[in-house]
Design a protein around this ligand. Structure first.
Ligand SMILES: [Zn+2]
Length: 83
């Protein structure tokens, strides 16, 4: 029997946090609150995930600026107001 086991990285977008100047590409663009998860898969089915990084992603270059858990919660609350 062959066991297909693997890992993958998934992105979850929580919502926009507004426009600001990206420290990397210097463009004044929309930034999105996101988190990166590492998922372990068995036969391509995710069995568990583990949070790798929380951050704010630049929509222009894709660079993620890490944020603290506290800041992440505050930003997430603010992001909900856009919807
Ligand atoms: Zn950028």
């Amino acid at each position: 029997m062959v066991i297909i086991y693997g890992t993958r990285t998934v992105f979850k977008r929580e919502g926009p946090v507004g426009t600001s100047v990206c420290p990397n590409c210097r463009h004044n663009v929309m930034h999105t609150l996101c988190r990166q998860l590492n998922q372990a898969t068995l036969f391509y089915i995710p069995i568990f995930s583990h949070q790798k990084q929380r951050g704010i992603m630049c929509e222009s270059c894709g660079m993620i600026t890490p944020v603290s858990a506290q800041e992440y919660r505050e930003r997430k609350q603010a992001a909900k107001m856009y919807y």
